[in-house]
Design a protein around this ligand. Structure first.
Ligand SMILES: [Zn+2]
Ligand SMILES: [Zn+2]
Length: 83
Protein backbone atom coordinates (compact mmCIF):
# COMPACT_ATOMS: atom_id res chain seq x y z
CA UNK A 1 0.00 0.00 0.00
CA UNK A 2 1.34 3.40 -0.92
CA UNK A 3 1.90 6.14 1.62
CA UNK A 4 1.39 9.83 1.00
CA UNK A 5 3.83 12.52 2.06
CA UNK A 6 3.52 16.25 2.72
CA UNK A 7 5.75 18.35 0.47
CA UNK A 8 6.37 20.89 3.26
CA UNK A 9 7.06 18.74 6.32
CA UNK A 10 7.57 15.22 4.99
CA UNK A 11 4.99 13.73 7.33
CA UNK A 12 3.58 10.40 6.19
CA UNK A 13 -0.15 9.79 5.76
CA UNK A 14 -2.17 6.72 4.85
CA UNK A 15 -4.77 8.67 2.86
CA UNK A 16 -4.74 11.88 0.82
CA UNK A 17 -7.79 13.08 2.77
CA UNK A 18 -5.96 12.88 6.11
CA UNK A 19 -3.09 14.83 4.57
CA UNK A 20 -5.09 17.65 2.99
CA UNK A 21 -7.49 18.01 5.97
CA UNK A 22 -4.83 18.76 8.56
CA UNK A 23 -2.76 21.91 9.18
CA UNK A 24 0.97 21.78 8.54
CA UNK A 25 3.58 22.93 11.06
CA UNK A 26 5.95 23.78 8.21
CA UNK A 27 3.56 25.57 5.87
CA UNK A 28 5.37 28.33 3.88
CA UNK A 29 2.90 30.93 5.24
CA UNK A 30 3.76 29.93 8.82
CA UNK A 31 3.09 27.07 11.27
CA UNK A 32 -0.52 25.87 11.04
CA UNK A 33 -1.33 28.66 8.55
CA UNK A 34 -2.34 26.15 5.91
CA UNK A 35 -2.88 22.47 5.24
CA UNK A 36 -0.34 19.83 4.32
CA UNK A 37 0.35 19.67 0.59
CA UNK A 38 0.55 16.35 -1.20
CA UNK A 39 4.00 15.57 -2.53
CA UNK A 40 3.18 14.14 -5.93
CA UNK A 41 6.50 12.41 -6.48
CA UNK A 42 5.47 9.34 -4.48
CA UNK A 43 7.71 7.15 -2.36
CA UNK A 44 11.37 7.21 -3.35
CA UNK A 45 14.64 5.70 -2.16
CA UNK A 46 16.13 9.22 -2.24
CA UNK A 47 14.62 12.66 -2.34
CA UNK A 48 16.43 15.48 -4.14
CA UNK A 49 16.02 19.22 -3.54
CA UNK A 50 14.87 20.88 -6.76
CA UNK A 51 16.83 24.06 -5.96
CA UNK A 52 20.25 22.82 -4.84
CA UNK A 53 20.31 19.08 -5.55
CA UNK A 54 20.82 18.01 -1.94
CA UNK A 55 19.77 14.42 -1.35
CA UNK A 56 18.26 12.64 1.62
CA UNK A 57 16.69 9.22 2.00
CA UNK A 58 14.03 10.74 4.28
CA UNK A 59 11.76 13.46 2.91
CA UNK A 60 11.16 14.85 6.41
CA UNK A 61 14.93 15.23 6.94
CA UNK A 62 15.38 17.00 3.60
CA UNK A 63 12.59 19.58 3.99
CA UNK A 64 13.41 20.49 7.63
CA UNK A 65 16.62 22.25 6.58
CA UNK A 66 17.10 25.61 4.94
CA UNK A 67 18.29 25.78 1.35
CA UNK A 68 21.28 27.82 0.17
CA UNK A 69 19.72 28.15 -3.28
CA UNK A 70 16.14 28.95 -2.33
CA UNK A 71 14.44 31.30 -4.86
CA UNK A 72 13.66 33.79 -2.06
CA UNK A 73 17.38 33.97 -1.21
CA UNK A 74 20.01 31.84 0.57
CA UNK A 75 18.54 30.24 3.73
CA UNK A 76 15.25 32.13 3.18
CA UNK A 77 13.33 28.89 2.77
CA UNK A 78 13.54 25.14 3.08
CA UNK A 79 14.65 22.53 0.61
CA UNK A 80 11.82 21.46 -1.68
CA UNK A 81 11.68 17.97 -3.20
CA UNK A 82 11.83 17.53 -6.97
CA UNK A 83 9.16 15.21 -8.39
ZN1 LIG B 1 3.05 19.16 6.17
ZN1 LIG C 1 17.93 22.86 -1.46
Amino acid sequence: MANFYCEYCGQKFLTVQALTNNPCMQHPNGPMKGKHKLYEGGEKAQYVCKYCGMKNSKLSSLVINKCMKHPNGPMKGKHSPAL
